[in-house]
Write a protein that binds this ligand. Structure first.
Ligand code: DGT
Ligand code: MG
Ligand code: MG
Ligand code: MG
Ligand code: MG
Length: 259
């Protein structure tokens, strides 16, 4: 059916190519996960298995889409960073966005039983997605710092809130009023004085979120005849709860932004 009279409609498809040589970030976020978390009885404020499931889906996406050089996740969201030279789908915005969101969602459903063997999934999960274009390395590191600061602020608030509600029998309204106008330091004091919790000792996965990226890992590839291990540096996808706000991380992992 070459050149049928209908073919002209093809020209209605808009070209949505992303500017060359820019960082492409795809951020996905669980749709209505307030309800999804309630229905599936996730632990409050953080359900470690739900976060592990998110991380496992991110690892699968990073392994499959090899142009993703870094990703960062917190709560029901994940940001995937494609290398600036990426030619994935000829940098077509809608292709990159839609395949990333659908692949992540498919893994979320596929892997659910691995992380919740005791629970049948209630409701059908879906994720929204957007593309953020960042022109410079500084903009990219600031983007990631923004998400990690958000993680910290929300986690500290939510930890206080749910401790007051679940352990002190406060209503949600009372807990809100207690926390209204408090600064970081006040919340740390509240946790320490009332619940004997040192905020900085809480699990890093809750405080820092999760980074998924290719790291240089030493692996034993074989043993010599005398039994000595032969080691090689390999790039392997890792999950780590590191601080991406400090420059230190980027200095220790120069290949992420340079590669
Ligand atoms: P949206 O994104 O506009 O469709 O609506 P939501 O409800 O997904 O809102 P969002 O993304 O701003 O906030 C994430 C929600 O997911 C928030 O209500 C808390 C919930 N959530 C995420 N992780 C956990 C968890 O580990 N445990 C519990 N209990 N809830 C969680
Ligand atoms: Mg939202
Ligand atoms: Mg959401
Ligand atoms: Mg969210
Ligand atoms: Mg096709």
């Amino acid at each position: 059916m070459a050149n049928s009279k209908y073919e002209y409609v093809k020209s209605f498809e808009v070209v949505d190519k992303i500017l060359p040589n820019t960082w492409i970030v795809v951020r996905i976020d669980g749709r209505n996960f307030h309800r999804f978390s309630d229905e599936n009885e996730f632990d409050k404020p953080n359900d470690v298995q739900a976060l592990n499931l998110m991380n496992s889906c991110a690892v699968a996406v990073v392994e499959e889409f090899t142009d993703i050089i870094f990703s960062y996740g917190v709560s029901d969201e994940y940001s995937f960073v494609f290398k600036r030279t990426s030619q994935f789908y000829e940098r077509r915005n809608s292709k990159i966005l839609s395949t990333t969101v659908s692949l992540f969602t498919a893994y979320y459903v596929k892997k659910w039983k691995e992380f919740f063997p005791q629970k049948d999934m209630r409701l059908t999960p879906s994720f929204d997605g957007r593309v953020v274009i960042l022109p410079s390395n500084v903009n990219l590191s600031h983007y990631l710092a923004w998400r990690q600061v958000d993680c910290h602020v929300n986690n500290q608030y939510n930890t206080c809130f749910w401790m007051l509600v679940l352990n002190k029998g406060k209503t949600k309204k009372e807990a809100q009023d207690i926390l209204k106008g408090t600064e970081t330091q006040d919340k740390n004091e509240l946790l320490f004085q009332q619940f004997d919790i040192n905020y900085s000792n809480l699990p890093a996965i809750f405080r820092k979120g999760s980074c998924v990226f290719k790291d240089k890992v030493e692996e034993i590839v074989k043993h010599t005849e005398s039994g000595d291990p032969v080691k090689r540096l390999r790039k392997k996808v890792v999950v780590s709860h590191c601080d991406v706000i400090e420059d230190r991380f980027w200095k220790d992992h120069p290949w992420i932004l340079d590669g």
